[in-house]
Design a binder for this molecule. Structure first.
Ligand SMILES: *[C@@H]1O[C@H](CO)[C@@H](O)[C@H](O)[C@H]1NC(C)=O
Ligand SMILES: *[C@@H]1O[C@H](CO)[C@@H](O)[C@H](O)[C@H]1NC(C)=O
Length: 286
């Protein structure tokens, strides 16, 4: 009988509104995405938190849990430095937590990301076009392609490029066409230099794209900018077009300065001779 009464009282109380219990206003992170390009990796999710914070924790199959972006009010986290072992497969937990933490012992609720393997899943960005050069009799064109760099550093502090990570598992394709036509051709290489045969006297346009042959998905990089060789098959050697523009601008500025200076000098001298003439006038009148 006493037990009955107790149960009745207990169930009575459970109908009363509960005091806000911390977890009631939490939302778990959803739509978690790994946004990664050239090994710079940012974790993104939704929704924007109202009245609570997120903390990211990441582990690899070969790496222990590490926290990043501790108790943030944002919805993204740069985790590049936690996913440096490019062949490891990482998973992220995103914790939702109301501050101040009511219960230090209990782990806040979290949602789990898809697994992410940088070597297989980082998007390869635009390659650079470092230089191009026709041979002497304008029958071949050699193009040198520049590897995109990554945020990862050598012990010396310089940045690693993607070639230093993918090694032989990286090839480049050059797409090229005569400037006067649209028929596109292509040529691939395992190195960063491509030589193509060209028609004498013709100008060419081209762009490059990287491929990671071992990948099943995301095999191809973004495309480089398109470059066209100049009229008459200008040979820019190791200089980019930017250098030529800069030199051109410098020449124009120098010419303008010279002209301005000589005009000023001329006017100055003319003024002085006129003043002298004025000064000498009264004397002449005497
Ligand atoms: C997740 O994305 C879907 C589709 O883009 C959207 O409808 C949904 O609201 C998102 N979830 C959150 C929690 O924002
Ligand atoms: C990553 O794995 C590929 C094969 O999938 C291998 O060729 C490469 O050497 C590995 N890289 C590192 C840094 O372990």
């Amino acid at each position: 009988m006493a037990l009955w009464l107790l149960l009745l009282v207990a169930s009575c109380f459970s109908w009363l509104p509960q005091p806000a219990s911390g977890t009631s206003s939490l939302t778990l992170a959803a739509n978690i995405t790994w946004s990664s390009i050239n090994f710079k990796t940012i974790l993104e999710w939704q929704p924007k938190p109202v009245g609570y914070v997120y903390t990211v924790s990441i582990a690899g199959k070969k790496a222990n849990w590490k926290k990043k972006c501790f108790q943030i009010e944002g919805t993204e986290c740069d985790v590049t430095d936690l996913v440096q072992d490019v062949n490891d497969t990482y998973t992220a937990h995103i914790f939702s937590e109301v501050l101040p933490a009511e219960d230090e012992v209990e782990e806040p609720p979290f949602s789990i990301s898809q697994p992410f393997t940088p070597y297989k899943q980082t998007v390869i960005g635009k390659p650079g076009l470092q230089s191009f050069q026709y041979n002497k009799d304008h029958t071949t064109l050699q193009v040198v392609i520049e590897d995109p760099s990554t945020p990862y550093k050598h012990p010396s502090g310089s940045l690693k490029n993607i070639r230093e990570i993918f090694k032989d598992d990286l090839k480049y394709t050059l797409y090229y066409w005569r400037a006067s036509s649209t028929g596109k051709k292509q040529e691939s290489t395992n190195t960063n230099e491509i030589e193509i045969r060209v028609d004498k006297g013709e100008n060419y346009c081209f762009y490059a794209q990287a491929t990671i042959p071992s990948r099943k998905e995301l095999r191809n990089s973004q495309e480089s900018q398109i470059v066209c060789t100049g009229p008459g098959g200008n040979n820019f050697n190791d200089y980019g077009i930017g250098v030529f523009i800069a030199v051109g601008i410098a020449i124009v500025v120098i010419i303008v300065l010279i002209v301005a200076l000589s005009v000023t000098l001329y006017k100055c001298r003319k003024l002085k001779t006129e003043e002298k003439a004025k000064e000498s006038k009264p004397l002449n009148n005497v």
